[in-house]
Write a protein that binds this ligand. Structure first.
Ligand code: C5P
Length: 230
């Protein structure tokens, strides 16, 4: 039969990627990181030398992007034009400009189309018979896969999210590193919020507030929601 589609949205600092990967690996599902696709589109636009503010030019370049998403939750990676860009797309300089690409509505339409194609294929084939996929991002529960079998929004208080990001980037969350992280996180959230709502749950979407939970507790919560569905 058809595989399951699990959609997970939320802002950065909620543990979204780690949780989604662990859930996929526990259930032998595929894992699709849609943020990595926006990052890849940014990498490709820079690689092709288009002006990021030239929306039509960026959209044209992204439509021709030779992107391959490897959806193994144990070793997800991103290949573009034969180059493994999994590490490069995490660079600070790229992270600072990704919202320019993500607020380009023609780019969003193209990536939505690609994401739906991948989800349909994963739901059909799965990694093992009848498996499926966990897809995470900002608009998966609302725009890309509003008909997903299980839809979850991960949230956390702003202070929790900033502390987690500071720890991730600088190894420690103290006043200085939190301050250094604040601008990047809040500005990107504000920019991204102009095109999708990932702070409040849409109808039928289960919210898990991760502020007081560790990763394994959130994983259990998501697994529980999937078990309730099946
Ligand atoms: O999750 P991550 O930080 O890798 O996402 C990078 C960027 O991709 C986000 O800041 C946002 O601009 C964009 N994005 C999006 N819609 C998604 C996933 C990511 O606009 N579904």
């Amino acid at each position: 039969g058809r595989g399951i589609v699990v959609a997970v949205d939320g802002p950065s600092g909620t543990g979204k990627s780690t949780v989604s990967r662990q859930v996929a690996s526990r259930l032998q599902l595929s894992y699709l990181d849609t943020g990595a696709m926006y990052r890849a589109a940014t990498w490709w636009s820079l690689h092709e030398g288009v002006e990021l503010d030239d929306q039509a030019a960026v959209a044209a370049v992204v439509r021709a992007m030779p992107l391959e998403m490897i959806t193994d939750p144990h070793d997800p990676h991103v290949v573009c034009a034969g180059t493994d860009i999994t590490e490069d797309i995490r660079a600070k300089e790229l992270t600072e400009v990704v919202s320019k690409i993500a607020t380009n509505l023609e780019v969003r339409a193209e990536l939505k189309r690609l994401q739906r194609e991948i989800l349909a294929q994963e739901a059909r084939d799965g990694r093992s018979a009848g498996a499926g996929v966990v897809a995470e991002g900002r608009d998966i529960t609302t725009v890309v896969a509003p008909d997903a079998d299980v839809r979850i929004l991960l949230t956390a208080s702003e202070s929790t999210r900033l502390a987690r990001r500071a720890k991730e980037r600088h190894g420690v969350a103290d006043l200085a590193t939190i301050e250094a992280t604040r601008d990047e996180v809040l500005r990107r959230d504000a920019d991204d919020s102009t095109v999708s709502n990932f702070m409040t749950a849409a109808d039928g979407v289960l919210t898990i507030d991760t502020s007081e939970l560790d990763i394994s507790q959130v994983v259990e919560g998501v697994l529980g929601a999937i078990a309730d569905h099946t």
